[in-house]
Design a protein around this ligand. Sequence first.
Ligand SMILES: *[C@@H]1O[C@H](CO)[C@@H](O)[C@H](O)[C@H]1NC(C)=O
Length: 243
Amino acid sequence: MKFSTSLIVTAAAIAAPSVSAFAPATSSVGSTSILKASALSDEGSELEPPAPPPLGPTLNGWTPDASKPCYGLPGAISPLGYFDPIGFCKDKDLNGVKRMREAEIMHGRVSMMAVVGYLIAENTPTIAYGFEHPTIANNMIPEVPTFGVMFPFFLAINITEALRANKGWVEPGMGPLFTLRENYYPGDIGFDPLGLKPAGADFANMQAKELSNGRLAMLAVAGFCVQELVNGQPVLADLPFSL
Ligand SMILES: *[C@@H]1O[C@H](CO)[C@@H](O)[C@H](O)[C@H]1NC(C)=O
């Protein structure tokens, strides 16, 4: 063993200078042959199969990629990663996946507002009641005046939904029903008064944050609603301490 090891070391010591001595010659030969090879591949490029066109335009840094789960949309967030146990997006085409994401982001946004609504409505004084709140948020809607509040409220929902439909969806009769526009990124309705939308790669990161907050809010507001149905108490009354 000793002999063979020293033999290898000696051989390497002999070989090393010879390698460096021949290196310039080798590399110049190499670069010539690389040039020849690239010239050949330029001529032969007609024979190569053309790359398949992307499934859709790149929107907010996202190019639909059929080889990735959900066509590579952001939102597979650690610790769960890609998490779709019920298979909402399994075997869906690109439009189907975009629709599911549109629904997810909209439910998330409504839930984030609902969480704030539960907490504020139960914890701020009102004109009718002052600081004493006899009503939990679950029961407030029947108490709100129909024409003074509910009608403008539903009108506002109607108008915003019409604007969103107009921005994101193919008109009925202009194509298959329930189809999102090709250049519409789910949830990107162009409403960003605070200028939070980042460009390029940061967009995916910001989108992941919005999705995380939205997903948490969906669970939270479902919890608020059920909890109030069960015990009839305002949300914060269930805290183990008083505020
Ligand atoms: C708005 O209200 C009108 C009248 O009820 C209805 O026909 C229309 O579908 C609503 N639009 C949306 C987007 O909900």
